[in-house]
Design a protein around this ligand. Structure first.
Ligand code: DO4
Ligand code: MG
Length: 284
């Protein structure tokens, strides 16, 4: 079941289920329209959705709604160097600090960092940004875990952890500036409820970048290539910090364009994760 947050043509926002015919909006219960968090943080999200679905009402065609980032008030955190490909790319970009990436790839404690607050996240088809002071910029296609305040993984979405490789490469202490800025994080288009994720080897993550209608990069990996488990990442993340609004955790990238590649304004970024969907954004 795929949950989405939408804005209708009349300007109202709501929560719906994305199906083949479009979006089926959930109706209000006890006079209150449900938020994504009302559903995701309850005891049985799929059962709650079923009770709030009005199957007699026609689905709204996708062309008649705007999909919003599937987030309410959660912080967005991210894990790093969880794939060999990411470790290798960072070792090359950070000559003076290369050994730290090898160390974190093999360490028990993962690298975790605060990526965005909800208001800094952009949704499907919105613009992402590259920093004006960054010269070597890439998208990072990542599976994102939707985690409840009780630290249960309740769903999955797609994340783009936009990064400035030259800023991080100059000094790893610059990581927050390489990773956190306006338009640096995209999420969407839907949240796949947790019960539905296929085996990890079958979950392909593809990154496609096009420029002026031509593909300039196309690469993929699978979740099976990840060196850490989702449960391990959530357990480290929540060791000494609570998330009363829930949290969204990006799980790291396994697809990095070649070193000579950098994003340009107008580039179209498409991240497709099997079973979840396709997140498309344009570089502002
Ligand atoms: O170590 C820096 C960040 C790594 C990262 O974001 C990733 O591997 O996805
Ligand atoms: Mg990343």
């Amino acid at each position: 079941m795929k949950l989405c947050k939408v804005q209708t043509k009349a300007g109202a926002t709501g929560v719906g289920v994305l199906g083949d015919d479009g979006v089926q909006l959930l109706h209000a219960a006890a006079g209150k329209s449900p938020t994504l968090s009302d559903i995701l943080h309850g005891t049985d999200p799929a059962a709650t959705v079923r009770t709030l679905l009005d199957t007699k009402q026609a689905a709204i065609p996708l062309a008649d709604v705007r999909l919003l980032a599937p987030i309410d008030h959660q912080e967005v955190w991210a894990a790093g160097v969880t794939y060999k490909r990411s470790r290798e790319a960072r070792e090359r970009e950070s000559a003076g600090a290369a050994s730290f990436y090898e160390k974190v790839y093999t360490a028990e404690r993962p690298e975790l960092f605060l990526k965005a607050t909800a208001r800094r996240v952009v949704g499907p088809d919105a613009n992402v940004r590259i920093r004006k002071d960054g010269k070597w910029n890439v998208p990072e296609p990542e599976v994102a875990l939707v985690v409840s305040p009780q630290l249960k993984i309740v769903g999955y979405t797609i994340g783009n952890d936009m990064s400035s490789r030259d800023i991080e490469g100059e000094n790893p202490l610059y990581l927050p500036q390489a990773k956190v800025y306006d338009g640096a994080c995209a999420l969407g288009p839907v949240i796949l409820l947790a019960e539905a994720l296929p085996p990890l080897e079958q979950v392909t993550i593809e990154l496609l970048i096009s420029r002026g209608g031509q593909t300039v990069f196309d690469g993929q990996t699978t979740l099976g290539q990840m060196a850490r488990s989702f449960a391990d990442l959530v357990s480290w993340l929540s060791r000494e910090i609570s998330f009363p609004d829930g949290v969204i955790l990006l799980t790291g990238t396994g697809v990095v364009p070649p070193d000579q590649f950098t994003l340009a304004s107008g580039d179209k970024i498409t991240i497709e994760v099997a079973g979840i969907g396709r997140l498309c954004n344009t570089v502002e």
